[in-house]
Design a protein. Structure first.
Length: 333
């Protein structure tokens, strides 16, 4: 039986930039005709998630690979853009993903808008949102994307608190917006469905957070009455920089309790593990630092009242080292 020749490498390079997706128009540009696309789908080598869009790497993501979450988010963003054509604008969580903002849920709904679009439409689980009058856009990888302030205004009312604040933190940490931009995003969000419950969240952002896990931990500590005294605590020994800790609490005699948040995506690679171990050893040997390390599994389950292992350990440790009683709601002198 005659077999098809390999897909052009140039088209596969386009697909890789687009989380494995290509449009029919892009296929035509690289000589992959409609007949050949149908054959690739029939053979199971490609998949057609919606009209005019093809997935060149079908199959479920590897749950053990932390990069699969980012690819899943990017796939949602690109699916919406490719489905609605070259004039489509990525909005909401999809815009945040393409802007590089972290903290967005892995379960991103594909969504975009078109200039002048009125009302909302949906096909194959892909939403076409109503166009926001006055919305500003930037180009990312050649496609139109809502600016960070508009993307947050569209996303936060539809998000949970942890994800919303993490996205604000990440956007600030990346330098995509400052305090004035964030205030404008809050104003742009006013009047949207779901925004009433979010007003307090906008004041909880902190651009010093270097990962969503740090944001989640900070919020949980604050809710437990254990808000850290400082973020990104820098430790020196006779002027020599030893390292920086994620969350810090001041202890007597100028000492610090530092909590390090270890995320698989950031700390899982061998080089990262070696750096973390060397940094931890340097901090602990300093003598002025007590170090505790936590992962996402040490946080409380969202929506439950049961405290997580992290806040339980911190409460016990702070109560002992500060020489004070620590209640179930906070620190007591």
């Amino acid at each position: 039986m005659r077999t098809l020749t390999a897909v052009p490498s140039e088209l596969l390079a386009v697909a890789e930039r687009q989380a494995g997706l290509v449009s029919a128009a892009q296929c035509d540009e690289h000589g992959v005709t409609a007949h050949r696309r149908s054959r690739l789908v029939d053979q199971g080598r490609w998949r057609r998630p919606t009209r005019g869009v093809f997935e060149t790497t079908p199959g479920p993501p590897d749950p053990s690979d932390p990069r699969s979450y980012d690819r899943r988010r990017r796939r949602a963003a690109w699916l919406a853009l490719l489905a609605y054509g070259p004039d489509a604008i990525a909005v909401g969580p999809c815009a945040l993903v393409l802007l590089g903002v972290q903290g967005v849920s892995p379960r991103v709904v594909p969504q975009a808008t078109l200039p002048g679009a009125r009302g909302t439409l949906s096909r194959d689980g892909i939403h076409l949102r109503q166009f926001d009058d006055g919305m500003t856009v930037v180009r990312v990888e050649g496609r139109l994307v809502a600016t960070p302030d508009w993307a947050l205004a569209q996303s936060v009312p539809e998000s949970g608190r942890r994800r919303a604040v993490a996205a604000m933190d990440s956007a600030g940490h990346l330098g995509l917006l400052d305090a004035e931009d964030l205030a404008r995003a809050h104003d742009l969000a006013r009047g949207r469905r779901g925004v009433a419950r979010t007003h307090a969240w906008w004041s909880e952002h902190d651009a010093r957070a270097e990962s969503p896990l740090e944001t989640f931990a900070r919020l949980e500590c604050a809710d437990a009455g254990l808000a850290p005294d400082e973020l990104q605590v820098e430790v020196f020994d006779d002027g020599r920089f030893l390292g920086r800790g994620d969350l810090g609490w001041r202890l007597p005699q100028g000492r610090w309790l530092i909590a390090e948040m270890d995320g698989v995506d950031v700390h899982g690679a061998p080089d990262a593990l070696l750096r973390d171990r060397s940094r931890q050893n340097a901090l602990v040997s300093h003598g002025g630092v007590e170090l505790l390390r936590f992962t996402g599994r040490d946080l409380a389950t969202p929506g439950t009242s049961r405290p997580g292992r992290m806040t339980t350990a911190l409460r016990r440790h702070l109560g002992r080292t500060r020489g004070s009683a620590v209640s179930s709601t906070g620190l007591m002198s």
